[in-house]
Design a protein around this ligand. Structure first.
Ligand SMILES: [Cu+2]
Length: 269
């Protein structure tokens, strides 16, 4: 294995889902039921890492009888789980056997025992449902989501749309969030969005309206939810939306998010 590389996640139990690989450093990995997680110890980390079950019962392994709470099941025969390991090699493999109920669960820890603590934050594995994506209209003439925002046109610079990354199964929540201005949501790519009011099928739809608020396509004055959409297919062509009031000056697109398994959100150090 290449030192410090990740990506060696193949397994006999491999499903069609991509398989995340987890080096012995604090990180977050999103995993779904049926995926396999491979814990790998790269070089140039603190010496002597080991894995342990930080939430008793969350991991089913050879040392325990079957736990009804288990969300991970050990599937390797390396015999390294719970031991200190000095040299780069695979430590363990786990299959996700249940959906996680809470995104914040931290079922598996890795720690340098010599240093008497954890590696900082525990490596978190998994998330139940994919998180909702909230897209706020305002405050101001802009869409905002996850720290990104659209910008209105200026005399010299064209308007810049908000880019939202979403994957199949996720929900987009559009909200009016402006005490001063009216806003609304509508898509400028109607063939890609199945609305509650649609009476005919849309075979190319990647988004499906799932709310009954009746506010889609209308101007709304006060803060409230405007509409909800589920991503029903992997996004190929990105649906585009605008504000019903500010039009192209306040626009956005919903793009395909990276695949599960490459979802490395943050290193804590
Ligand atoms: Cu607006």
């Amino acid at each position: 294995m290449m030192p410090g590389r990740v990506g060696n996640g193949k397994s006999a139990e491999t499903s069609r889902l991509p398989q995340p690989t987890i080096p012995a450093k604090p990180l977050k990995v999103a995993a779904k039921k049926g995926q396999t997680s491979s814990f790998v110890m790269p070089t140039r980390t603190l010496p002597r890492h080991f894995l342990y079950d930080a939430e008793p019962g969350a991991v089913e392994n050879g040392h325990r009888s079957r736990s009804p709470n288990a969300v991970l099941k050990q599937i390797d025969d390396f015999g390294l789980y719970g031991t200190d390991v000095d040299t780069p090699q695979e430590l363990a493999r786990f299959e996700v056997i249940q959906e996680y109920r809470h995104r914040s669960r931290l079922p598996v820890h890795c720690a340098p025992r010599r240093h008497g603590g954890s590696c900082g934050k525990a490596p978190a594995v998994g998330s139940a449902a994919l998180p909702e994506i909230t897209i706020d209209a305002g405050p101001g003439r802009k869409w905002k989501s996850g720290g990104n925002e659209s910008t209105p046109a200026t005399p010299t610079i064209p308007a810049k749309p908000l880019k939202v990354a979403a994957k199949k199964g996720q929900t987009l929540v559009f909200r009016h969030a402006d005490p001063n201005l009216s806003h609304g949501i509508f898509f400028t790519t109607p063939s890609l969005v199945l609305l509650k009011t649609d009476t005919k099928p849309k075979p190319n739809a990647v988004l499906k309206q799932i709310d009954d608020f009746g506010l889609y396509g209308t101007d709304v004055d006060t803060p409230q939810e405007l509409a909800r959409f589920e991503v029903i297919q992997d996004i190929a062509t990105a649906p585009a939306f605008q504000c019903t009031v500010h039009l192209a000056d306040m626009a956005g697109v919903v793009e395909k998010a990276p695949a599960v398994g490459s979802a490395l959100f943050r290193r804590s150090r």
